[in-house]
Design a protein around this ligand. Structure first.
Ligand code: FAD
Length: 393
């Protein structure tokens, strides 16, 4: 918005003492190419556009990144069929330079990797998304934007004055001890996006349910086994991409993430429990329906999370040289998974406005799951168009 409207005064408020403390700073660090997403969906369009914009930005601003590529590897006949479907989907989404790779050629792309067939995506890359966020923040401040940290939004209210400041900035964005007057609001609150939407009169649905994604780390002496991203063929029942091998910009290799229900919206460990979050989940029928539907796979994920060496069974299918002694527990991220009242996982990006005179001045980014980091610059363009249209800047 500031690039389009340099005179606009903008403020970012963030509840933490730094930016990117949650999903943006706790993710796989992959620059996705846009293969998986339903053709025509916002995810498909904005990921492919975001990929291009991201690489342009990284090159222009010297953001360290590496186009290491990605192999999606099928391990059996059923997965080969789904892999072929993924290839078609990738072509429909205009993913650049996708190639199917026959069994004997997989080792040309990753020498120690094996499988029945694979899909090679040379444009998939890696980057530190928290660092990218820092660059965005610097650009924002250079253009005159202000960032208020330690500012937890607790509510929005309309000012009643008929003249003066109230007219120019009729909304007050409140925190415990401060408030910012403004004319318009855009919220992008990740794990709390539903709570902020409700504050402006929006529907409670879709609700956010936190799903932790835990990673394992590959030991120093086995790092050479993985030079590119290696992904399984995803299970179509779940929105998650499955446990993958991912090289990081700091030269670590992360294995994961799994997907287990977290007992706190910012619950990065099993012992992180937030009573308010748990009570809300306990009252939400959509979660019961989801748990009932995915009871067996859910239990399997929990068992593998607790007894993490069991994950080696899956990892070995791709790289047989990996053994239990080569892995240890690593960091975790928490996904803001949007869920409807029937327990359906909301897959696509969701943007929403509020109701009444307050709501008419607000846009909420309610669901921005993976690949929203990759898509961030395209999402920004999409939102800027929406704000221009809705608010007539
Ligand atoms: C485990 C995992 C792996 C992922 N891997 C990838 C990947 O490889 N590639 C990719 O493209 N995407 C990936 N993603 C998705 C990506 O990280 C997210 O889609 C993206 O970071 C979402 O950004 P966001 O700004 O919406 O949310 P966040 O980064 O969570 O930011 C929301 C911010 O809002 C703040 N906030 C919340 N409530 C308030 C309040 N009341 N007042 C003030 N501030 C508030 C929070 O403190 C937070 O800083 C992954 C996500 C996870 C969890």
């Amino acid at each position: 918005m500031m690039i389009r409207h340099p005179k606009l005064k903008m403020v970012i408020v963030e509840k933490e003492n730094a930016l990117a403390k949650h999903q943006t700073g706790h993710n796989s660090g992959v620059v996705h190419a846009g293969i998986y997403y339903k053709p025509g969906s916002m995810k498909a369009k904005l990921c492919v556009e975001g990929l291009k914009l991201s690489y342009e930005y990284f090159c222009k601003h010297d953001v360290p990144h590496n186009k290491v590529g990605k192999l999606i590897v099928a391990q059996n006949k059923d997965q080969v069929k789904r892999l072929d479907d993924l290839y078609d989907r990738g072509l429909k989404n205009n993913v650049p330079d996708l190639q199917l790779v026959e069994k004997d050629c997989i080792s040309k792309y990753e020498p120690k990797c094996q499988g029945e067939k694979a899909l090679w995506s040379p444009w998939t890359g890696i980057v530190d998304w928290a660092l990218v966020c820092k660059h965005f923040a610097q650009d924002f401040e250079k253009m005159g934007g202000k960032i208020f940290l330690n500012y937890e939004v607790t509510g929005f209210s309309e000012m009643t004055e008929s003249k003066g400041k109230g007219e120019l900035a009729p909304i007050s964005v409140q925190s415990k001890d401060r408030c910012v007057p403004t004319k318009y609001v855009l919220t992008c609150a990740g794990l709390h996006s539903d709570r902020l939407a409700v504050m402006t009169g929006c529907d409670l649905s879709p609700r956010i349910v936190p799903f932790r994604g835990e990673y394992l780390l590959l030991s120093e002496n086995k790092k050479h086994l993985c030079t590119t991203n290696i992904y399984p063929v995803p299970d179509p029942r779940f929105p998650f991409l499955g446990v993958h091998f991912t090289p990081r910009m700091n030269s670590e290799i992360w294995l994961g993430p799994n997907a287990v229900l977290a007992f706190a919206r910012e619950g990065y460990r099993w012992r992180d429990v937030n009573i308010k979050d748990c009570l809300e989940m306990a009252k939400f029928p959509g979660l019961y329906k989801l748990c009932f539907r995915y009871f067996i796979p859910g239990c399997k994920e929990i068992i593998k999370s607790i007894f993490y060496p069991l994950a080696v069974i899956d990892l070995k299918k791709f790289i047989p040289e990996v053994s239990v002694k080569d892995i240890k527990r690593g960091p975790a991220g928490v996904r803001a998974q949007a869920l409807d009242n029937n327990g359906n996982l909301v897959d696509d990006f969701v943007f929403d406005g509020g109701k009444g005179s307050l709501g008419a001045r607000v846009v909420h980014c309610r669901n921005a799951p993976s690949p929203a980091a990759t898509s961030s610059m395209a999402i920004a363009k999409f939102i800027a168009d929406k704000l221009d249209a809705d608010f007539k800047f």
